[in-house]
Design a protein around this ligand. Sequence first.
Ligand code: ZN
Length: 171
Amino acid sequence: MVHLSAVAMRKLREWAARRHAIEASFKVGASARLAELCADVGAKEAIDACWSFRQGLEGFPVIRLRARGALQLQCQRCLSPLVWPIELDSQLTAVGSENEIREVASPYDTVIAGPDGLMLGTILEDEILISLPMAPVHSQCEVVRESRPEAAPGLSRPLAGLGALMRQSRD
Ligand SMILES: [Zn+2]
């Protein structure tokens, strides 16, 4: 997504020691994983992001991830566009290997930098995706579903005969 190269553990430690911070602004379209969730118009929306580094209690670098912006999702009730505000503020502890996770008090908020380093864009994408609801809906959705479409007369039911067909093919 954001054009940031992988950051090695050594560098993360150095940034944590001097409380370094990186700010970036990117279009939703720059992230394939976020753009996939959004309508075409939503790809032009900007997200402001910040990664700030400090040393954690266990001696590992802690990364505070912040992001502000909006995603153009689709309401899962009425299927019309839904602007979902992004206001992310979370913290992750970076460790160098799986073994080091045991040394951290909250292992669920841990990322492994590994030999290739840590992709700052990817961990931000991950946190944004985790923050989204499974089925976003308008807080005041206009549409009231009166009846289930398959119960309405005159509608085609392309899968109606499927069960019978499957039974036949098994014979
Ligand atoms: Zn809706």
